[in-house]
Design a protein around this ligand. Structure first.
Ligand code: HEC
Ligand code: HEC
Length: 246
């Protein structure tokens, strides 16, 4: 953090939580001028700041320090908030964290609430890379938010039937090299919200093939699949799961 002290970030985040949720939600619903649906948007584009980030060497120890400015919302342990207001960042691929933060900074992905705290005035590109390496290895000890009832059977049917695993993996483990996010064990509320944004074209960054994959999903379908993903274990236990199946 260069300009914004962590204490200010934390205090602001708490004070503004309910008021800014509504404001941010309204702003989120607008399409990003540079994002999905605009003439210049192409999913595979590596924006200059991400290209720069990819050339840097990450230092997770410095990342832990730099993460101080993010803790007000994503919490001290990086596990976010159970209701999904703030996503869990622990265990997310570093490549995905870098993609998301740089795309928010460049205005491709909409995230007005986080903007001032993750801008290049607040954290340098080097710090973004360091934070990403730090978060990738962290485990969440707190339980994540799930749907109100277990819909995982229907959710699994939709996930498998629509080949979501082609990108996000059979265990929701994503793909670091292809920059596809981990979706296993994320908070239900966040998963649902992101799918609604992606379906409606308002997230800013979205893979066109994913938009097609969920095009026909009803709200009930989205809820079931969000519930299924929220109930999957941390993907890092996948090796353990596979060995049990044999
Ligand atoms: C004021 C609150 C706030 C602060 C501080 C904040 N964030 Fe966020 N962050 C959010 C919100 C809200 C979202 C989810 C946005 C949405 O719903 O699309 C988010 C989403 C993210 C995501 C996307 C996760 C995903 O799965 O796609 C990443 C990565 C992220 N934040 C990293 C950071 C980092 C790194 C910092 C510190 C430099 C930070 N955030 C500080 C509120 C905040
Ligand atoms: C062609 C690859 C692809 C397919 C198929 C796909 N997705 Fe995605 N999905 C992505 C990418 C890429 C993102 C992140 C958007 C970005 O960075 O541009 C994403 C984001 C998400 C998110 C939000 C995750 C986060 O951390 O913000 C959820 C939830 C999700 N996908 C669920 C699904 C489901 C359910 C299906 C099947 C119906 C599906 N996806 C099919 C590529 C895909």
């Amino acid at each position: 953090m260069r300009n914004l002290p962590a204490i200010l970030a934390a205090a602001l985040a708490l004070a503004c939580q309910s008021a800014s949720v509504a404001a941010a939600d309204a702003a989120d619903k607008a399409r990003s001028a540079r994002g999905f649906g605009s003439a210049e948007y192409e999913w595979g584009t590596i924006i200059p700041e991400r290209a720069e980030a990819m050339r840097l060497t990450a230092d997770p120890v410095r990342g832990k320090e730099a993460f101080r400015g993010c803790r007000g919302c994503h919490r001290r342990d990086g596990a976010g908030v159970r209701d999904g207001t703030y996503p869990r960042l622990t265990g997310q691929h570093a490549s995905v964290i870098i993609k998301q933060v740089t795309e928010v900074r460049s205005g491709v992905r909409n995230n007005p609430k986080m903007d001032p705290f993750a801008s290049d005035h607040a954290v340098s590109v080097q710090e973004v890379v360091d934070i990403a390496a730090y978060l990738e290895t962290l485990e969440s000890v707190r339980e994540n938010g799930k749907g109100s009832e277990d819909r995982s059977a229907r959710g699994r049917e939709l996930y498998v039937g629509n080949k979501c695993g082609k990108c996000h993996g059979d265990y929701g483990e994503g793909n670091a090299a292809e920059v596809f996010p981990v979706v296993a064990a994320q908070h239900y509320g966040y998963l649902l919200r992101e799918m609604v944004y992606i379906q409606g074209g308002t997230r800013g960054n979205s893979h066109p093939d994913m938009v097609k994959a969920i095009e026909k999903f009803t709200m009930d379908d989205l809820e079931a699949v969000a519930d299924y993903l929220s109930r999957l274990p941390d993907y890092r236990t996948v090796a353990e799961l596979k060995s049990k199946r044999k």
